[in-house]
Structure formats: C-alpha cells, structure tokens
Design a protein around this ligand. Structure first.
Ligand code: EPU
Length: 430
C-alpha cells in the first residue's frame, strides 16, 4: 500500500490544470452499454475508479481503448455484444458506482446481474431507490446470493418519484428509461451537473430527454441508441480541493479548465471564510477554459457549513473544508446531511493538532490551531484529500497511509502538487 510523505509548511504557487470529472465519466462509460456503436469520451481522468469501470465493461465483453494524451484523455468504448451481463462482486466491492451498469444492461438486454455493493466507510448507501425505479419500469428484481437479478422483456415507461434525491439512482433510471417503451417522468431527481452531463451524452446518442439538471426529467424512450462523441465536464471536487490547497497553505494558484458555475457554493463558502477567489479568464467559445485564481491569507474566519444536494455545499468537499476550518478563528459548525458516517477524517486531523468535537452528524471545529505533521490514515477518497491538505499546511513531516483511496478519484495528485511547490513524495511498498 502506497503512502505519501509530506513536508508541510510551503505555500502552493502556480497553475494547476483540472481534469475531467470522475463522477461524470463513470456514468458516461456505463451509458456506452446502451448501444452496439462506438462511444468516444474525452477528458477522462486517469484515476483508479475509471480503470475499475473499464475492467468491468471489458469483463462483460465490451471493447475499450484508453489513451491518455497531453490533450484529450480519450476513451473509446464499443459494446457490440455483452455475452455476460454480470457485474461481479470483486469489482463492485472496489467501486460502488459499478451499479451504474444496471439500468443500461436491463434496458438493452432485458437482463442484468449486479453484485450488491456491501458496506461503505461513509454510510450504509443502499441502492433501494435504483431497484424501485427499475421495478416501476416493469423489471422483475430479486436478490439472490448477494446479487441483484433484474429481468424484463422490454422496459415500459413509468412515473417515478424518488423518495429522496440520489445522484447515481437518477442516472441509472434515466439511462434505463432512454430505451423504454413510452414516456417516463422522473420527479425529485438529482440536479447535479454530472446528471446533466450524462443527459447531454445520451442526447448525442439519440435519446429524447428534457429537464435534466432540474428536479423533473421527461424521457421519451427510443427503439435504439447510436454512437456519439462527448467531452466530460471538469471535476468540480478536484477544483475545490485545490482551492482549499491554496487557501490552507497561504498560497496563490490559478486553476485552469474549470466550470465556475458548478463551484458557486464552494467559492461562496470559502469567500465567507476570507479566501480571495476570482474568475480570471473566460473562454471565447468553450466553457471549459475558464480559470479561477485563489489567494490564501490565513487565518480565516469561522464559517458554518451544511452539506446538501447540488446546488448546496457538496458532501464531497466537507472533509477538505474541515481541514481549512482548523485555520479559521472561532467555531465552524459542519453538518453532514448526506452520509451518516462521513467524519472519519476528524479523528485523524485531531492527531495533527486539530480541535474537533464530533456529535452525530455535527462537527465543531475550533481554530485557528497550529497543525503539526503526524502519521495519519486515510479512510475514504475525500478524507484522504483532507489529510493531504492538512499535511501541506502542517509544520514538519506527515505520513499519510492508505493513499489508494486518493488514487480512486484524483489524477496523480502528488505530481500536480509538486509542480506547484509542495514537498510530497509517494512511498511505494515495493
Ligand atoms: N440513498 C438511499 N437509497 C438509494 C440511493 C441513495 O437511501 O437507493 C441515500 C444514500 O445512502 C445517501 C443519499 O441517498 O445517504 C445520497 O446518495 P446518492 O445516491 O446521491 O449517492 P451516490 O449516487 O451513491 C454520488 C457520488 C458520490 C457523492 C454522492 C452525493 C458518484 C459515482 N458518486 O454517489 O461521490 O458523494 O453522489 O453527492 O457519482 C466521491 O466522489 O467521493 C463520492 C462519494
């Protein structure tokens, strides 16, 4: 297992190019199962979850070719035949987003067998709403030997009101309904930019979808979908993580290739705490060439955060914000409303000197404190980002263990950080 050795206390200075959004790329890859034609995806980040999804598609019988180039990061997927419509436990346990293949498989082949994802460090994360949605579209769903087995002759349109907002649930059912017979209405949908980006790809593939990016989506099913080419949106969470990186180290960064509209809650909260952030460039024609300039001058002001569905403050930025809150004067109250156990980083941050009291879904961070380097352990993807950020700001050396978590969702983060002045080194077991 790899670890990061960080010698903290150096401001981050320079430019960082933000990669494509992992959480937009994963559903886009699953969508390629909806057609036997080629789907070409650009701006695919070089992260482990993408490789896991690729293994899953290839294992089922798809052909994929991944080329990481200076420009492009292109992935071509062609799911001509999928002889085995099974997502095995070995892959699903590595990545819960594997469940995104369920909707496309049932829609195109009338059958899917997908391992139930087990427990997760950050919460129970059931998939009952995905299954309920598929049943509403006429599929027969059963659970056998730890696998979800879904069958149908052809999916029929339905009216589905999600009991609560679910991102991948919305995506799964939207993909399924794209090939269903009739017009499906989805209500109480997730309005995350990643859902809208998936709909943009599906439209290019010939789907008939209205309202993605709002809470009501209407999908008129079509007989078949065709190939398409699509560039996934920039990763708003990677961007947010680097914003905190500049802030917490008192640095100055320009983040290239971002979409500021998708970052408004994060930028507003950081600004409230006293971080200076400006949009410095706008593109002539492409939204992806916006840049954000961030200047950090700690200490900051305490500012409370409540995680919410988009457009609220994202749960995927909560851990990173907690690291920053240790450098703010006063008490910052952080309330996590999306996942029931997403504070595992708090105890690790405390080992670096943070003053954090956790009570259920609320954490109170008192600052500013002087962080000091320590050995800490990552528990999940965003928690590991938080520990790296704290390590960058801390005095002395930190050793962050289990960085495979961070590799799931950040593209070579130690290289990107090194280029902007951090002293961070990967130590491989081998
Ligand atoms: N939920 C249910 N039943 C369901 C589905 C969800 O009760 O059938 C609950 C969950 O347990 C959770 C809440 O609803 O309490 C929201 O979960 P959601 O389904 O929206 O999460 P997700 O789709 O599994 C995606 C991202 C996560 C991100 C969440 C919330 C992908 C691949 N993953 O997960 O990303 O935290 O939405 O925004 O899009 C990450 O990148 O680190 C990450 C965890």
């Amino acid at each position: 297992m790899d670890r990061f050795l960080i010698d903290g206390g150096r401001p981050l200075e320079g430019r960082v190019t933000i990669g494509g959004a992992k959480n937009a790329a994963l559903p886009a890859m699953a969508a390629a199962l909806l057609t036997d034609k080629r789907v070409v995806l650009h701006n695919i980040p070089r992260v482990r979850d993408i490789l896991t999804m690729r293994s899953l598609l290839d294992e089922m019988g798809a052909d994929s070719a991944l080329k990481h180039e200076r420009e492009g990061n292109r992935l071509v997927i062609q799911a001509r035949k999928i002889p085995d419509q099974t997502a095995p436990y070995e892959l699903v346990k590595q990545m819960r987003a594997s469940v995104l293949v369920l909707g496309p498989l049932v829609a195109r082949f009338g059958h899917a067998r997908v391992s139930l994802p087990g427990g997760c460090a950050i919460g129970a994360r059931p998939i009952n709403l995905h299954l309920k949605g598929l049943e509403k579209l006429g599929a027969t769903v059963s659970i056998e030997h730890g696998y979800v087995e879904a069958r149908v002759d052809r999916l029929m349109a339905g009216q589905i009101h999600f009991d609560s907002v679910t991102v991948t649930g919305t995506e799964n059912i939207m993909m399924a309904a794209a090939l269903a017979d009739g017009t499906t209405l989805l209500e109480n949908c997730a309005i995350e930019p990643e859902v809208e980006d998936l709909a943009a790809l599906l439209l290019k593939m010939g789907a008939d979808i209205e309202g993605a990016g709002t809470s009501a989506i209407r999908i008129r099913g079509v007989g078949r979908l065709h190939g398409a080419e699509h560039t996934v949106i920039p990763d708003r969470i990677e961007a947010g993580t680097f914003l905190v990186g500049a802030a917490i180290t008192g640095g100055h960064l320009v983040l290239d290739r971002i979409e500021p509209r998708n970052l408004t809650a994060v930028v507003a909260k950081l600004a409230e705490a006293g971080v200076e952030i400006n949009v410095v460039e706008t593109a002539s024609d492409s939204t992806q060439s916006h840049a954000l300039e961030v200047r950090g001058r700690p200490p900051y002001r305490a500012a409370d955060v409540v995680t919410q569905e988009y457009p609220g403050f994202p749960t995927d930025m909560q851990a990173q914000y907690m690291a920053l809150a240790t450098q703010a004067a006063g008490s910052s109250v952080i309330t996590e409303t999306i996942f029931e156990n997403r504070f595992l980083h708090a105890l690790e941050l405390a080992r670096m000197g943070a003053d954090i009291a956790v009570d259920g879904r609320r954490a109170v961070v008192r600052g500013p404190v002087r962080l000091s380097g320590a050995n800490v352990q990552a528990s999940d993807l965003r928690a590991s980002a938080s520990l790296v950020l704290a390590g960058l700001a801390a005095e002395g050396e930190s050793l962050v263990d289990r960085v495979y978590h961070i590799d799931r969702g950040y593209e070579r983060i130690e290289e990107k950080l090194t280029r902007v002045g951090a002293k961070i080194r990967r130590i491989s077991e081998s």
